[in-house]
Ligand binder design. Structure first.
Ligand code: C2E
Ligand code: CA
Ligand code: CA
Length: 747
């Protein structure tokens, strides 16, 4: 189970890692695509924006020039005053941003705003023909004759009457365009050009990644890498058709190039941005994502490891709790019970089942305290193991009761070992106890039938031990001597019980249960008593073991159930609010599951609601793993009865088993409560409470006798208390008086 847990946890981690990796890969792919889309669309937007800025600018400049031209234009009746015009031009040049402003006449003579004139050769004059026909003109890049800088010329007609007779031109510095072209986005990674349709440069770029010197975009791109051929072909086609578009090309790095036609001449605006802009952002985002994913995976791993460790630790603690005796460090009683049948199966010869105790242990508790007594018990346990020799199993049941299994070879060897044990134990080592003798008492049952129920063997050994206690000067007894006598007595008792049942001599006594916090009565347990006609009240210990043995217990339990139904009915009829009463169910009952149907029928016959009766079953009954028992408990639950686990902590069930069983509450055995003052006892109680709380199971503490026990249990948040401290089992009339609304309710 532990291994499975680890494997499950590891597969879980692996799954998380695989899923995360899958998402990271998918994510990076999508990211790349999205960022590329984003970049190219931004590029498109920017180049369109830049193109429109340039278009608007040129339009604006031409409009400005046209307005100046129209202010200069004259009608045919007026005369064109050149000097006045030149003065006007000089005024505009100084106030506006023209590099130069001038006039061109049809004969090729020119004047600039300073009045100087040159004569233009006819081949250049041809360029201006359209303007003399009334159009406007924006020139290509030309070198300024005065300073050799790149300029552009705008030209518009000046009208004399209706005829465009003179040209007004302005010159612009190409550097002004570069300012407009500077792309602000892409973190200074992008740049622009303006080219003609044939690819020739109009405005270049000074960007460090741009082509420098730059002459023609087609040849420059083509020369940069043979891989660019295809993109140049596409560009050429698009340019010829006057279309915009995008290509990516390689020049030391891969770049996107977006081209958009301008409204000026046949010019194209180009925007370029390196593709690794996408990669850089993608990598950065990816790195962050990976970092976060790695942290998440680490956290998951960490949590898983932690959980596995915690789980293993709890498992180990539970295992220890089940298998190891907290005081002696030897085998636990639970383990001993489990190991017995295996032990019996292995032995070939006779086996001795021993019950052992130290008589004066109670006195030692008072005198030396529990730590010392724990040491003594440890010493006792070690002594049994070492003296009884190889093949001996030893376990402690309650605080001072030990059981052992040992091979029985012969009477002399057995006796020798018994005396050796008494010898060793009676005078303990100085460092353990000084001047104190210990008195062990031992009962031995020689097991003939190895298949015998362990409780029967234990019982036999205990009877022998108790007999030894009663005999002065004897520290051990074998069970055999009793066997004959008791068999006889048993037969007689069995017969008497049958008659007693018929005469209604078995009656329930009621022991109330109290809410720990409010100290209010909230339930009761029905305990059988044999009330003989002569008034003698026989306790269950005297007849229940036999009744269990011969199966008569089924009749007793059924009778108790019927009686409790009758009593609850009486309370209801008397308008006294009843409390739920629990009935003890013998394991034998469960062998015939139809009893539960009979119970349900009895209850409805008496008209007692289902919640007024609860069922107590000992731990070993509930947890015996026989499938039919499980089915029966399931059936009991289906009928709506609550199941309480009685004597919890004495059997060999583990708390973990509670999880998978149909139980509603547990009753902690008296031996637990008695041991609360020991360090180990308190620890066990604490852990039992913690686990029961976690499983949502209410706890009743049985056999609470003292105020300090009560206070301890209240501290532990124990739900219900039952014990002599509050009330002993009592007859029905007395019990009714304890109920709210009963005869003499306490004030
Ligand atoms: P149990 O079910 O564990 O019942 C608790 C026993 O502890 C009762 O003994 C009760 O009188 C006793 N007890 C309660 N409070 C204290 C306390 O503070 N100190 C001490 N020392 N003892 C306390 P009782 O009535 O002698 O019954 C003994 C056992 O006989 C029961 O143990 C139960 O296993 C069995 N039993 C009793 N009535 C029935 C019954 O109707 N059917 C079956 N199948 N078993 C029964
Ligand atoms: Ca009980
Ligand atoms: Ca009990």
């Amino acid at each position: 189970m532990k291994k499975n847990g680890v494997i499950r946890a590891l597969s879980y981690v692996l799954l998380v890692v695989i899923v995360l990796s899958f998402f990271v890969v998918q994510f990076s792919r999508l990211l790349q695509i999205e960022l590329t889309k984003n970049t190219t669309s931004t590029l498109k937007e920017i180049s369109e924006q830049s193109a429109s800025i340039i278009n608007n600018n040129v339009t604006y400049e031409l409009q400005l020039l046209t307005e100046i031209a129209s202010s200069i234009s004259v009608s045919t009746s007026e005369s064109f005053d050149l000097d006045a015009v030149i003065k006007t031009l000089e005024y505009h040049r100084a106030n506006l941003t023209f590099k130069a402003l001038g006039l061109i006449f049809k004969d090729g003579s020119t004047y600039n705003s300073e009045g100087l004139g040159i004569s233009m050769p006819p081949e250049i004059m041809e360029v201006y023909d359209p303007v003399f026909a009334g159009d406007t003109l924006v020139s290509d890049r030309i070198a300024d004759e005065t300073d050799g800088k790149d300029i552009m010329v705008y030209a518009v007609p000046i009208y004399i009457g209706d005829s465009p007779e003179i040209i007004l031109f302005s010159a612009y510095d190409m550097e002004d365009f570069k300012v407009m072209l500077a792309i602000e986005t892409f973190g200074d990674n992008g740049y622009s050009y303006i080219v003609k349709r044939n690819g020739d440069k109009v405005v270049g770029s000074t960007h460090s990644r741009s082509f420098r010197p730059f002459t023609n975009i087609f040849s420059d791109v083509e020369n940069a890498s043979p891989a660019n051929k295809k993109c140049v072909t596409k560009m050429r086609t698009d340019f010829e058709n006057g279309e915009s578009g995008m290509v990516d090309f390689y020049n030391k790095e891969r770049k996107y190039l977006r081209y958009t036609p301008l409204d000026i001449n046949d010019w194209y605006m180009l925007c370029v941005v390196p593709t690794n802009i996408v990669d850089e952002s993608a990598n950065r985002i990816l790195l962050y994502s990976l970092g976060i994913s790695a942290i998440a995976v680490l956290l998951v791993l960490f949590a898983t490891v932690y959980l596995i460790r915690a789980h293993n630790k709890t498992n180990k603690e539970c295992e220890n709790f089940i298998n190891v005796d907290a005081v002696t460090g030897g085998m636990s009683y639970a383990r001993f019970v489990l190991a017995t049948s295996e032990y019996m199966a292995k032995q070939t010869g006779t086996v001795a089942f021993m019950a052992l105790t130290i008589d004066t242990i109670d006195i030692l508790y008072d005198r030396y305290g529990s730590d010392k007594v724990d040491e003594i018990l440890c010493f006792f346990s070690d002594s049994i193991r070492s003296i009884m020799g190889e093949g001996t199993l030893v376990a402690r049941q309650t605080s001072k009761e030990f059981f052992a299994l040992t091979p029985y070879v012969s009477e002399p060897s057995m006796l020798a070992r018994l005396y050796a044990l008494e010898n060793k134990v009676s005078i303990p080592p100085e460092e353990l106890l000084q001047n104190v003798m210990l008195h062990p008492t031992i009962g031995i049952y020689l097991v003939e039938d190895r298949e015998l129920d362990i409780m029967r063997m234990q019982n036999a050994a205990t009877i022998a031990k108790n007999a030894a206690k009663k005999k002065p000067g004897v520290f051990f007894t074998f069970y055999d001597e009793f066997l004959q006598n008791t068999l006889q007595a048993k037969k007689q008792l069995a017969d008497e019980m049958v008659i007693a049942l018929k005469q209604n001599e078995f009656v329930p006594y009621f022991q109330p249960k109290y809410d720990t916090k409010t100290q209010k009565i909230i339930g009761a347990e029905a305990l059988v008593r044999w009330r003989k006609p002569n008034g003698e009240v026989v306790m269950p210990a005297s007849f229940i073991p036999l009744a269990e043995e011969n199966g008569f217990i089924v009749q007793i339990d059924t009778e108790m159930f019927r009686m409790v139904c009758i009593k609850q009915r009486e309370l209801l009829d008397a308008n006294i609010t009843p409390v739920p009463i629990s009935i003890n169910l013998s394991r034998k009952m469960l062998y015939n599951p139809s009893f539960i149907d009979d119970f349900a029928l009895t209850m409805s016959n008496y008209g007692v609601p289902r919640n007024l009766i609860e069922l107590e079953m000992t731990e070993s009954t509930v947890f015996s793993n026989k499938a039919e028992l499980l089915r029966t408990t399931e059936k009991i639950r289906a009928h709506g009865f609550k199941i309480l686990v009685d004597d919890f902590g004495t059997g060999y069930s583990s708390l973990m088993m509670l999880k998978s069983t149909y139980v509603d509450a547990i009753k902690l055995d008296k031996s637990f409560i008695d041991g609360y003052e020991d360090k180990s006892g308190a620890q066990i109680i604490t852990s039992v409470f913690a686990l029961a709380k976690k499983l949502g199971l209410p706890i009743t503490a049985e056999g609470v006798e003292t105020k300090s026990q009560y206070e301890f249990l209240r501290e532990m948040d124990c739900d219900i208390i039952q014990g002599y401290y509050f009330a002993k089992p009592m007859q029905y009339e007395a019990f009714v008086a304890c109920l709210p609304g009963g005869a003499d309710e306490p004030t």
